[in-house]
Design a protein around this ligand. Structure first.
Ligand code: HEM
Length: 501
């Protein structure tokens, strides 16, 4: 009894000191506040739900837009929004900043050794084949063909029906399902039919399992102590049990397609990515599965994320919509028969290109990206980074840096991308690393622009959208999984646009 009361008295006595120690230390002038033993963890926990805004505020206040982040267990790292540092990490000293074993291990169960989840030789070999294929006209034509066909038979009829029936739809959900159908066609020429919800059971089950595997795998990065997920995995409990089930469904679906293709053993039969990678006989069935799954993950939520933010941005900017419509009219007089545009027409759309780039600047689908520092290094701004630290570039913050975009950096202004001839300028990929940069730059960048322009042009020409679940002047809340998604979706009332001909 006496012991308990002594302990109790000691706690009472020390509590004010502990509070004072942790919460009333003088703030550093800039950067993440760091407490003894706990590093920046207390502030991280307090701001985890608004990580992007919080890290943007901190980086904007640092002289070189770069800050050191310390966590207990010697998990330290650098977070930067400085283009010179980004160039150094992603290009100049590329070999020193791989994804690293931590990243790869956390995603390994789901992605295996696919391009998105490998380093070194395994990555290089896949990158070589994929870069070659992504530069062929046949793949480009195949991509344009898929998007236009899926638009004509999928998205446009679904929106038209919503307009006729005066129904409110969740545009984010529709765009995600549409993107999933699209990317599965590209990956292995199978349409799971998720958009129309009439897909065979296996297709819809595949999409659901894929969603859940991606979200639960991303959730592993959020553990403060990684051993927690390992214990859950070992005992097959909770989220880890769900993850295992989802991965099994994804793998079975992909394996069935791959097995039957391998049995056919034919010369290149189709234009899809699987047909292209199958040509290399050194790829085992398991490797083919990893490759295809990586591509589905890379191309799945990125374009739908951007288009959702884009339509929300346009919903309060009728002047931008007018300019897009004027451009479409200049390219082709409105005709009621054709809902889609050709590759050459899409390339001509410079204002639309600028409007999409401006949306990508403020709402990048991959808002932060992290590498591992393999050996001690000094970044171009003088920040010291040690072996084993993480190195994160914060694309979301970079889009909001006055030092990069000027005083009006928070304004949505497509014109900043246009030169005096109305042609959309190419920005340095280190200043605008929305598609990554250097040797690992996104392979789908050109294809993504074509797809996004094709969807945006067709949809904006045909429909108007009134957002019903976000208040005027409010910004939709986001969730951070592997991509930037709206927390509550984007609920819109759809109407057919009255076209002047
Ligand atoms: C708006 C759309 C897109 C954005 C913003 C985007 C962004 C990115 C980013 C930031 C990375 C680097 C990720 C990392 O290494 O950690 C990446 C890689 C990649 N992206 Fe995209 N992406 C988009 C669309 C696509 C599409 C449609 C595809 C095609 C299927 C694709 C294929 C890839 C591949 C294969 C990689 C891995 C490249 C490598 O590691 O060598 N992306 N993308």
């Amino acid at each position: 009894m006496e012991l308990i009361s002594t302990i109790f008295s000691l706690i009472l006595f020390f509590t004010p000191f502990i509070f004072f120690y942790f919460f009333h230390l003088p703030n550093p002038k800039y950067g993440f506040k760091s407490y003894p033993l706990l590093g920046s963890l207390p502030d991280f926990i307090k701001n985890r739900h608004r990580f992007l805004e919080w890290s943007t505020e901190i980086l904007a206040g640092c002289p070189t837009n770069t800050a050191v982040f310390r966590r207990p267990g010697k998990i330290h790292g650098v977070i930067t929004a400085n283009p010179s540092n980004v160039q150094h990490m992603l290009k100049t000293n590329f070999e020193n900043y791989p994804k690293g074993p931590r990243f790869i291990t956390l995603l390994q169960d789901f992605l295996g050794q696919g391009i998105f989840n490998s380093d070194g030789h395994i990555w290089k070999v896949q990158r070589k084949t994929a870069s070659y294929e992504f530069n062929t006209n046949s793949l480009r034509n195949f991509i344009v063909h898929i998007s236009t066909a899926e638009l004509q038979t999928g998205l446009i009829p679904v929106l038209r029906e919503a307009a006729e029936r005066n129904r409110v739809v969740d545009l984010q959900d529709l765009l995600e399902r549409f993107a999933f159908d699209n990317i599965c066609k590209l990956a292995f020429n199978v349409d799971p039919g998720c958009l129309k919800g009439v897909g065979n059971n296996a297709g819809s089950e595949f999409m659901k399992a894929f969603e859940s595997a991606a979200t639960l795998s991303a959730g592993r990065f959020m553990y403060i102590f990684l051993f927690v997920y390992r214990i859950k995995k070992f005992f097959n409990m909770g989220s880890e049990m769900q993850l295992r089930d989802s991965i099994r469904i994804v793998h079975e679906f992909a394996d069935n397609i791959i097995r039957s293709r391998l049995q056919e053993r034919v010369e290149r039969k189709g234009e899809d990515l699987l047909s292209r990678f199958i040509q290399d006989s050194s790829n085992s069935a398991e490797m083919l599965r990893d490759i295809v799954i990586s591509f589905i993950l890379a191309g799945r939520d990125t374009t739908s994320s951007l288009l959702t933010w884009f339509i929300w941005l346009l919903s309060s900017r009728p002047n931008v919509v007018d300019k897009i419509l004027q451009e479409l009219k200049k390219i082709r007089e409105y005709d009621t028969d054709s809902d889609t545009y050709s590759f050459d027409e899409l390339r001509e759309m410079q204002y639309l290109h600028a409007a999409i780039s401006e949306a990508l600047r403020l709402y990048p689908p991959v808002p932060v990206d992290t590498k591992l520092c393999e050996n001690d290094d000094v970044l171009p701004d003088g920040t010291v980074i040690k072996k084993g630290w993480f190195a994160t570039y914060n694309t979301y913050a970079m889009g909001r840096m006055e030092s990069i975009w000027g005083k009006d950096c928070l304004e949505y202004r497509p014109e900043r991308w246009l030169d005096e001839n109305g042609v959309c300028k190419q920005e340095s990929s280190f200043k605008f690393p929305v598609f990554h940069a250097g040797p690992r730059i996104c392979l789908g960048k050109d294809m993504a622009y074509i797809q996004m322009k094709s969807i945006a042009a067709s949809v904006i020409k045909r429909f108007t959208f009134e957002v019903v679940n976000v208040k005027e002047d409010a910004i939709p809340e986001h969730v951070l999984s592997l991509t930037l998604r709206m927390k509550e979706g984007l609920h819109v009332s759809v109407k057919e646009r009255l076209l002047e001909t």
